[in-house]
Write a protein that binds this ligand. Structure first.
Ligand code: NAD
Length: 259
């Protein structure tokens, strides 16, 4: 029987690349995130036809606790025995100096990137423990390890989820379930381009100049991380070779945190 993977925020960007990578390895995919109905239909068609796996869309807003809890109930109905792989990926960026940071934005960001991974782990872990195999993979960020200005909520949530990763790893050690985190540096997704465009607009430089300024400032390689490579690392963490990797952080940041 094929494994079920829930990848949150998998209608675009890194999450979609992870879902594709897992599907290529035969995993049935529960995908989630915001998207037009036509895009969701296209993704379902791609997963079922190109990768020949089952694909089910769960439209929960992950900043909303009731939606997250309802999604857990839907997962039980769809999978019967729960998911085997949980990838907590959904997130978004918002920048503002701390003294002006909106409390609503803070609450939404902490919810989607820290509270939701906690709720999903709490509800989906028992099924994994019962099967004696499972993978919880949290997509943190280089901002889980170091800080940047004007990102108080993002940096706090991403640091927090590394703490959650370690606790879950300790509580599941030796059970066949592992819990790890991935910390990417700049990945050229929608979230990346939104920030580049904001810099270009705010400083009056071209998008090319803003890209060099934005990526090169922090990432010594001067190159972005390919989202498909994050998918490859997720597949590795799901492989037998990673059976004893738990509580660890895989950093993919072109040397950012080596400085
Ligand atoms: P993205 O904007 O391309 O994708 C984000 C996904 O989350 C989308 O599917 C979106 O619909 C979904 N989403 C957003 N708000 C949601 C909500 N309230 N409920 C449900 N789904 C919601 O962004 P991305 O760059 O692919 O980011 C994915 C993850 O990777 C995030 O956690 C982000 O912090 C992390 N990350 C990104 C980068 C980068 O440079 N892009 C670097 C490090 C870490």
């Amino acid at each position: 029987m094929s494994r079920y993977a829930l990848v949150t925020g998998s209608t675009s960007g890194i999450g979609l690349a992870i879902a594709r990578s897992l599907a290529r390895n035969g995993c049935a995919i529960l995908f989630n995130g915001f998207a037009e109905e036509s895009h969701i239909a296209k993704l379902k068609h791609e997963f079922e036809n190109k990768y020949d796996v089952r694909a089910h869309y769960l439209g929960a807003d992950l900043t909303n606790e009731d939606d997250v809890l309802n999604m857990c109930e839907d997962i039980k109905k769809v999978t019967k025995s729960g998911v085997d792989i949980l990838v907590n990926n959904a997130g978004f960026q918002y920048v503002s100096p701390v003294q002006e940071f909106s409390l609503d934005k803070w609450n939404d960001m902490i919810h989607i990137m820290l509270t939701t991974p906690f709720i999903l782990t709490k509800h989906l872990l028992p099924g994994m423990l019962q099967k004696g195999w499972g993978r919880v993979i949290n997509i943190s960020s280089v901002h889980g390890l170091v800080a940047s200005k004007e990102k108080s909520a993002y940096v706090s949530a991403k640091h927090g989820v590394l703490g959650l990763t370690k606790v879950v790893a300790l509580e599941t050690a030796g059970t066949g379930v592992t819990c790890n985190a991935i910390c990417p540096g700049w990945v050229a997704t929608e979230l990346f381009w939104k920030q580049v465009k904001t810099i270009a607009e705010n400083t009056g430089v071209s998008v090319e100049e803003a890209t060099r300024k934005f990526a090169g400032e922090k990432q010594p390689s001067g190159q972005d991380v390919q989202k498909e490579h994050i998918g490859d690392v997720v597949n590795f963490l799901c492989s037998e070779a990673a059976n004893q990797m738990t509580g660890s952080t895989v950093t993919m940041d072109g040397g950012w945190t080596a400085q």
